[in-house]
Design a protein around this ligand. Structure first.
Ligand code: DLZ
Length: 154
């Protein structure tokens, strides 16, 4: 039996990161986590490009544009939706999740989901590099792994 797994080797690879400015206290930390994880696996600083969007709702559009540009091996979407901060939290969270998944399936490259959905700012900060790891770093590693795995099917 032959098995395939994506390696966490980023040498020579390029990544696009799209980041929401809404809750940027959190999203800047997600970005730091993502950049740190990619750099730790051999991705050059110059191989990273970041696009800032107003809020998480805009992430899918830019993710799609980045994916279509052909410039990257993968795109990483980073955002933070906090229930306490918005009545339509659930609607935005569902729309963004579905749109990013749909966009990835219409693309030839992975689009990693690094959007936090929490009840409070405190919970979000915990997932952005304090108590509960850094979900930006996790999303970046998922993007790297899947981008490498996809090479087995080209
Ligand atoms: C409008 C809004 C609200 C109330 N809350 C959030 C949030 O918690 N996190 C986030 O990323 N974006 C929020 N936004 C902004 C929307 O995502 C979007 O940018 C605006 O509705 C404009 O389309």
């Amino acid at each position: 039996m032959r098995e395939y797994e994506g390696k966490l080797i980023g040498t020579g690879m390029r990544f696009g990161l799209v980041v929401s400015r809404w809750n940027d206290l959190v999203t800047r930390r997600l970005l730091e986590g993502a950049v740190g994880a990619l750099r730790a696996h051999g991705v050059e600083e110059e191989a990273l490009e970041v696009a800032w969007v107003p809020g998480s709702f805009e992430l899918p559009l830019l993710a799609r544009q980045m994916a279509r540009s052909g410039r990257y091996e993968a795109v990483i979407a980073l955002g933070c939706l906090i229930r306490g901060a918005t009545d339509h939290y659930s609607l935005i969270a569902a729309a963004v999740t579905h749109a990013l998944q749909h966009t990835m399936l219409q693309s030839d490259i992975p689009i990693a989901f690094g959007v936090l959905t929490t009840d409070t700012l405190e919970q979000a900060l915990e997932r952005a590099g304090t108590k509960a790891g850094n979900k930006g770093a996790e999303a970046a590693l998922a993007a790297l792994e899947v981008a490498n795995l996809m090479k087995a099917y080209r």
